[in-house]
Unconditional design. Structure first.
Length: 188
């Protein structure tokens, strides 16, 4: 077989193969199989948790944070992660520099300098115990009690273990190091 015939076979094979791949991806999207994390405002998640208790996962980010954007594009976009988080948490995107006032159970949280750039909202300071690092993740129990604060970008494989540790209540009976050593996730 000469090179010309081989090239023609490859071109025709690719021409017939590519539409099938694209069509399969479109069918998956239209069938609802592509999972995305359902993000709530902090206030909405807090209210939902009072009606139907569920753990709350809070992604504390800023608009200027490159690692926050990488987390959104890679880890939070992972289908396994998105499905697990939707099933086990009310997920919150919380801009640490938001400008408005938040009132929770009569307690008022404000941004002390809302017209200033990089002014941190008091709720972010409270959630992160004053250790302002972005991205950071706060996990609250069904009773809105802080279980943990995790800082920094996490790859999907590592992150799956973290959310499973809390989502499956393993933190109640197993030390983190033991759980992590034995955890077998779905993310490859």
């Amino acid at each position: 077989m000469n090179k010309r015939n081989l090239i023609l076979i490859l071109i025709f094979s690719f021409a017939f193969y590519l539409p099938g791949v694209v069509n399969a991806q479109e069918k998956q999207k239209s069938s609802g199989k592509v999972a995305a994390i359902k993000w709530y405002s902090f206030e909405d998640a807090y209210k939902l948790n009072k009606k139907k208790p569920k753990k709350i996962f809070i992604d504390v980010y800023t608009d200027w944070c490159g690692w926050c954007k990488k987390m959104d594009a890679e880890t939070f976009a992972n289908q396994v992660i998105a499905k697990y988080m939707n099933d086990h948490f009310y997920c919150v995107k919380f801009n640490a520099e938001r400008k408005d006032t938040i009132v929770l159970d009569g307690q008022v949280f404000v941004n002390p300098n809302p017209n200033s750039s990089r002014s941190t909202h008091k709720l972010a300071v409270d959630l992160l115990k004053g250790k302002l690092s972005y991205p950071s993740y706060v996990i609250l129990s069904e009773k809105s009690q802080k279980l943990d604060v995790i800082s920094g970008y996490q790859q999907a494989r590592e992150f799956e273990g973290i959310i499973a540790f809390y989502g499956d209540d393993a933190y109640l009976k197993t030390p983190w190091e033991e759980f992590r050593a034995n955890f077998k996730g779905e993310v490859k």
